[in-house]
Design a binder for this molecule. Sequence first.
Ligand code: PAF
Length: 278
Amino acid sequence: MRTITTVAGMTTARDAATGTVGLVPTMGFLHEGHLSLVRSARAACDTVIVSIFVNPAQFGQDEDLGRYPRDEERDLALLRDEGADIVFMPPPEEVYPPGFDDWVELRGPIAERLEGEHRPGHFRGVATVVARLFRVVRPHRACFGEKDAQQLRVIRRLTRDLGLSVDVVGLPIVREPDGLAMSSRNVYLTPDGRARALSLSRALAEAERLVSEGERDASNIRESARRTLVAAGVGIDYVSVAGEETLEELETIDRPALLLLAARVGATRLIDNTMLAP
Ligand code: PAF
């Protein structure tokens, strides 16, 4: 496994790669969710490249860029065990060279609602860094987690709009045995916060149950999820029942939908989601 820190080095290594190339973009502090993406890329591609880059452009001013968890040594050991071929770990000035000012900004509900509304500038940062990674690494396939459901749709849209020939693959959310969706940010949770954070997966399971029993009124689903979160004492950023493709809010679950939650447990912001199939 090689580690590469420059765009020039990554370009040379990519030129030399034969067969299909799979990319797993990450911000490091890897967990089972990331490793499931690496395994999927490993199973499908001849060369597996994992990027580790804590992208400053996708953090708001009051967010956790400064304290975002990092453990480079452990990440590299995990990736070696999974059989990654290349780890691309550029410093910020390689990704955003002096004078960099070309941003990818998507419009419409896919980018502007939900996370787009609560984290202004977030998707501009995500879309820009992913477009840049796609241009440098030129992957055939790129793997992302469904936990960041809106991010996945933003990346699919930008890939289509920029005419990039990358197969963007979304992979299932990986959960702890008690249901908590894996996230690098879970490390911030206190034991009490962690217990309260389980209300997110509980709210999703309850919604799945209601829909399986025939509930189609989206406001009843939103209300049920809100009640579960409020009872656990977590702060709600949003509870949304949205069309799976467009992310427009639904009144009736008459097509594949997503229930998307964003909540604050103390100072920790968590997101989670599930598919609601009518
Ligand atoms: O999901 C993440 O870890 C990041 O948003 C990504 C896709 C690596 C872009 O920085």
